[in-house]
Ligand binder design. Structure first.
Ligand SMILES: [Zn+2]
Length: 123
C-alpha cells in the first residue's frame, strides 16, 4: 500500500511511511486518514529538523490550517491530540523502517506486474 507522496522528496519514502505507521496511519490532530502529510512540530523555517521526533502524521487540511501556530495550540482544538503527539514522537521508528521498506517494495512490484500483464494483454 503506497499513499500519495505529494511530490515531497525531502525525506526517504521508507522513513515517511515508518512515521505514518508509528502514528497509526492517522492525522495526530483530527484522526482523519485522508491525504496524509508529515507535519514539522518545530517548523523547518525555525530550525526544526527532519528527524522522526520532530515529525508527525497530519492530514493536508490540519497541516495547512495549523500554519505557523505552535503545535500545542493547534492540538488544543482536538481532544487527545496533545497526548497523542507527545506519546508518538517519543517512539522509535527504527523497527518500522524494514517493514516500511518491504511494503514499498511490494507496492513497486505490484505496479510492475500490473504493467507487465497489461502489456501482455495488448500484445
Ligand atoms: Zn487532521
Amino acid at each position: 500500500m503506497c499513499r500519495e507522496w505529494y511530490g515531497m522528496n525531502w525525506i526517504r519514502k521508507c522513513l515517511r511511511l515508518a512515521i505514518h505507521m508509528r502514528d497509526h496511519g492517522r492525522c495526530v490532530y483530527c484522526e482523519g486518514s485522508d491525504k496524509l502529510t508529515l507535519d514539522h512540530l518545530r517548523p523547518a523555517s525555525k530550525g526544526g529538523s527532519n528527524k522522526p521526533r520532530n515529525l508527525v502524521t497530519a492530514c493536508l487540511s490540519c497541516n495547512s490550517s495549523r500554519g505557523d501556530t505552535p503545535w500545542w495550540e493547534y492540538a488544543d482544538k482536538w481532544p487527545g491530540a496533545a497526548g497523542r503527539i507527545q506519546r508518538f514522537r517519543r517512539r522509535s521508528v527504527k523497527h518500522l523502517r524494514p517493514l516500511a521498506r518491504v511494503a514499498l517494495e511490494q507496492a513497486n512490484n505490484n505496479v510492475r506486474s500490473a504493467l507487465d500483464s497489461s502489456a501482455q494483454e495488448q500484445a
